[in-house]
Write a protein that binds this ligand. Structure first.
Ligand SMILES: *Cc1c(COP(=O)(O)O)cnc(C)c1O
Length: 400
């Protein structure tokens, strides 16, 4: 990992200077919603809890430093960060967005912001020409998410952000799946990095959060204005938990990546009939792009098992170590079934068209022993195969 040495130090230290009054090593959770002012009309560092809070400042400092930027604003969830970014645009703005976007972003664009005049063109962002031809005179933002959910498609950040910049269009990369440990969108030419800190940054499945990180002071100012004016800020306790998550982010991500790579290659060689999608595998269609912009390939693995709903149910019953749940990036291994969960709102024909088949399973590889996780998966997959052909034969026999 090219950046790991610097980033490990940043994870441990960023936003962590001892507190001035107590020398406390861990920033305290400042619960105060208001702050005493010396005289009217001055603008003190902190005046009101929505506008600014010392615990939140530490988190924002750390996230900015991690992404190699000057500014970060944090929000009560990832979708609140998405909402804040759209709020910085003028009415009737147009966005070019990657077509396999996180479902919640898709819903917010199409069901919520469309009512206020936002126009969005969804494109296959792995295709640079498709992105180029989607730009319009009123395009204000290029929205990328890579690796994508759940098919882990990789879009070329540098090429696309350069394209946007040529046209004076700002670009944002949702870096939730990759984390700043593996992928550095601002260094690749993006203007804004978005995070759902709920996932890897927290890492412990116990706090929601979102962040917008950028290096441009005017953009940062607009975002901070919305943060205060719309008000979807994280609580100081949430900020403290997220800051604690950052202290071990590098270690966790490294292990997530090692285990995911092990599981992906084990399944690819040993699970017959199962298609394995992992950007670190040579068989991945965008493996070379992934190598060029990521220092390792992340903790998510997607598989397509033969069969459909019944087979997925058998998998569900057979697995012992994988928990069926929404979300990702935590300490515990989770699996989800995109067709009925994250992508249930996408209609079935469209799902099949983009490759989210009924047998698609997304794995968020946790911090358990990789061997245990792989063995459990192989057993669960074998259990599908074992029951796959026999029951129908048995039924027939009974009916006869
Ligand atoms: C979870 C997620 C979001 C939304 O974040 P919340 O914290 O759930 O609001 C946005 N983008 C991606 C890629 C996500 O995984």
């Amino acid at each position: 990992m090219t950046h790991s040495r610097n980033l490990a130090t940043t994870c441990v230290r960023a936003g962590g200077q001892p507190e001035a009054h107590s020398n406390a090593l861990v920033p305290s959770i400042c619960t105060s919603t208001t702050f005493a002012q010396v005289s009217p009309g001055q603008s003190p560092t902190y005046c009101y809890g929505r506008t600014g809070n010392p615990t939140r400042s530490r988190l924002e400092e750390a996230l900015a430093e991690l992404e190699g930027a000057r500014y970060a604003s944090t929000f009560s969830s990832g979708l609140a960060a998405v909402d804040a970014l759209i709020h910085t645009l003028d009415q009737d703005a147009h966005i070019v967005a990657s077509q396999d976007l996180y479902g919640g972003c898709y819903r917010q664009f199409t069901k919520l912001w469309s009512r206020f005049g936002l126009q969005v063109t969804f494109v296959d962002a792995t295709d640079v020409e498709a992105v180029r031809s989607a730009f319009q005179p009123n395009t204000r933002l290029l929205w990328l998410e890579t690796p994508s959910n759940p098919l882990l498609r990789i879009t070329p950040i540098a090429a696309l952000c350069a394209l946007a910049r040529e046209r004076g269009v700002a670009s944002v990369v949702d870096n939730t799946f990759a984390t700043p440990i593996l992928q550095r969108p601002l260094e690749l030419g993006a203007d804004i990095v978005l995070h759902s800190t709920t996932k890897y940054v927290s890492g412990h499945c116990d706090v929601l959060g979102g962040a917008l990180v950028c290096d441009d002071p005017q953009l940062a100012e607009r975002i901070r204005f919305v943060q205060n004016a719309a008000g979807a800020v994280p609580s100081p306790a949430d900020a403290s938990l997220l800051l604690r998550g950052i202290r071990t982010l590098h270690l966790r991500v490294e292990r997530h990546c090692q285990s995911a790579a092990f599981i992906a290659s084990t399944l690819e060689s040993e699970a017959e009939g199962v298609e394995v999608i992992y950007p670190g595998l040579r068989s991945h269609p965008h493996h070379e792009v992934a190598r060029s912009q990521m220092s390792a390939f992340g903790g998510l693995v997607t598989i397509r098992i033969p069969g459909a709903r019944a087979e997925v149910d058998r998998f569900a019953r057979a697995t012992q170590l994988w928990t069926l749940a929404e979300s990702l990036g935590g300490f515990k291994s989770l699996w989800c079934h995109p067709p009925t969960m994250t992508h249930a709102s996408v209609d079935a024909a469209e799902r099949e068209r983009i490759g989210i088949t009924e047998g698609t399973i997304r794995l968020s590889v946790g911090l358990e022993d990789a061997g245990d996780l792989a063995t459990d998966l192989l057993e669960a997959i074998a259990a599908i195969a074992a029951t796959h052909s026999t029951p129908r034969a048995t039924n027939k026999a009974v009916l006869a």
